[in-house]
Design a protein around this ligand. Structure first.
Ligand code: NOJ
Length: 486
């Protein structure tokens, strides 16, 4: 009997999912000034890991651990070789027809000592050439200051945890603004700070987050004082995570989903917009820390001065989002080892029957992005929003990739619905990624590109996938279906 009920429940859930994901596609055109772009990151595409004066980043070190800790034993030593093939990348962007390109700059390539005592002219030159090539093709550069690749020399002296970290990265950002800022109007300080910090565990993650927030704010204030008047750019922190959907309509599940949204998006966004951590994080972490025997909360307290300093430092809201999770209310998890998941006090999962990408965490749930955008709008004072990453991975890099095309179509449709019907101010969208690239611990086993890169070919030959032609049509027509109305 229980089995029959379970099967029925699954079926109902699946039908709800189908219904939501197959709901009608939006047939209105995106605004003419909408940013359509693609995103990449230095470490994942450039290669040339020890060329022209570049020093190693923490990821170079990780890549070279013996035996390998990367799932396919690969490295990013050459990756897509974009350091040498950036003109090909720009030609692809041009052919696809995007008007923006989001990439990151490598700190150890520009400042091999980590500090600004020595600026590597070849490192700076590489990005100047890339920017010039983009500009020559009418593609606006959007730059991430750090996307994972912290210089190893700085990690050796405390890295993200050092009280001096905000000064170090502010010095790096100053070099970037001086060298490239006349041509760049949109800057991102950190990519996915949640991912940078959360894996360090419940004793360190919150300190890491506090330091990254201070670092972000310091860069923002420095830009304000030294560059904003002349360069007129905007800065934000790229936040990431999922939409969290309550499992049922019960008050408990709804509250649990809200708690999860605060622990994920609110972790960084709340300080950026209100100056301080979300109340629920403060209460829960203090409560659990006490029971665990700590004298004070594992969540550090910001001073009144820090709150003022951090508040209001996101000029627009930039987000990476790919998927959705369900949330269920559960009894208070047992007290024991400190644990960031237990700190949330809720249970999250993704049903097995949701279609999945090659990345196991990436279930295809197009309706989630609309709900997320609406929640963020309401929570953070109706900000201008830029989707800095969204995309789909497969394991093969196949050129015939209808699932990716569908993913893009349905997610874009939901983005447009959020704009049209929920009044969310989205001004741009970036596909992750332009080309198949190094997917961190997963090496080259999860391919997100609109363009295939042959990793066995020393030339790293690039071939466009079908989805790139679909996206080209979207860029051209601003329409995601065959025919649109204005
Ligand atoms: C988020 C990260 O910013 C990017 O580096 C990564 O490759 C993609 N998402 C896909 O996991």
């Amino acid at each position: 009997m229980i089995l029959v009920i379970m099967i029925w429940l699954r079926l109902i859930l699946f039908l709800c999912f189908l219904n939501l994901s197959l709901s009608e596609l939006n047939n209105k055109k995106f605004p003419s000034d909408f940013f359509f772009g693609c995103a990449t990151a230095a470490f994942q595409i450039e290669g040339a890991w020890n060329e022209d004066g570049k020093s190693p980043s923490v990821w170079d070190t990780r890549n070279h651990i013996v035996p390998s800790v990367i799932s396919d034993n690969s490295t990013a030593d050459i990756a897509c070789d974009s350091y040498h093939k950036y003109k090909e990348d720009v030609a692809l962007l041009k052919a696809i027809g995007v008007n923006h390109y989001r990439f990151s700059i490598s700190w150890p390539r520009i400042l091999p000592n980590g500090f600004d005592d020595y600026i590597n002219p070849l490192g700076v030159g590489y990005y100047k050439n890339l920017i010039a090539e983009l500009k020559a093709n009418n593609i606006e550069p959007l730059i991430t200051i750090i996307h994972g690749d912290l210089p190893q020399v700085l990690d050796d002296i405390g890295g993200y945890y050092s009280p001096s970290f905000p000064d170090w990265i502010t010095d790096f950002a100053r070099v970037a603004f001086k060298e490239f800022g006349d041509d760049v109007k949109y800057w991102f300080t950190f990519n996915e700070p949640y991912e940078v910090c959360i894996w360090d565990g419940a004793e360190k993650a919150y300190n890491c987050a506090a330091n990254l927030l201070k670092a972000h704010a310091k860069i923002w204030h420095m830009y304000n004082e030294e560059f904003r008047a002349t360069q007129q750019g905007k800065l934000s922190m790229v936040l990431n995570l999922n939409w969290y959907e309550p499992e049922t309509n019960s008050t408990e599940d709804i509250t649990a989903a809200e708690t999860m949204l605060q622990f994920s998006w609110g972790f960084f966004a709340h300080p950026l917009y209100y100056g301080d951590w979300p109340e629920i994080m403060k209460t829960r972490i203090a409560y659990r820390s006490k029971l665990e025997g700590y004298n004070q909360s594992r969540l550090p307290e910001f001073t009144a001065e820090e709150i003022e300093y951090i508040k209001g430092t996101n000029d627009f809201f930039s987000l990476n989002t790919y998927t959705t999770s369900m949330v269920r209310a559960i009894p208070e998890p047992e007290i024991g080892q400190p644990d960031t998941t237990k700190d949330t006090g809720v249970y999250t999962y993704q049903p097995d029957d949701w279609p999945s990408a090659a990345s196991p965490w990436l279930k295809i749930v197009p309706w989630g992005i609309r709900k997320l955008l609406k929640w963020l709008k309401n929570e953070y004072f109706d900000p201008d929003m830029l989707i800095t990453e969204n995309g789909y991975s497969d394991a093969t890099g196949q050129l015939d990739d209808p699932i990716r095309t569908n993913y893009l179509r349905e997610y874009l449709s939901n983005v447009k619905d959020a704009m049209d019907y929920d009044g969310v101010k989205v001004f741009g969208y970036n596909v992750w990624s332009l080309i198949d690239n190094f997917e961190w611990m997963n090496g080259y086993t999860q391919k997100f590109g609109l363009v295939y890169v042959d990793m066995n070919d020393p030339n790293r030959t690039r071939t466009r996938k079908d989805s790139s032609y679909y996206y080209q049509k979207v860029c051209e027509t601003r329409c995601i279906v065959d025919e649109c109305v204005e």
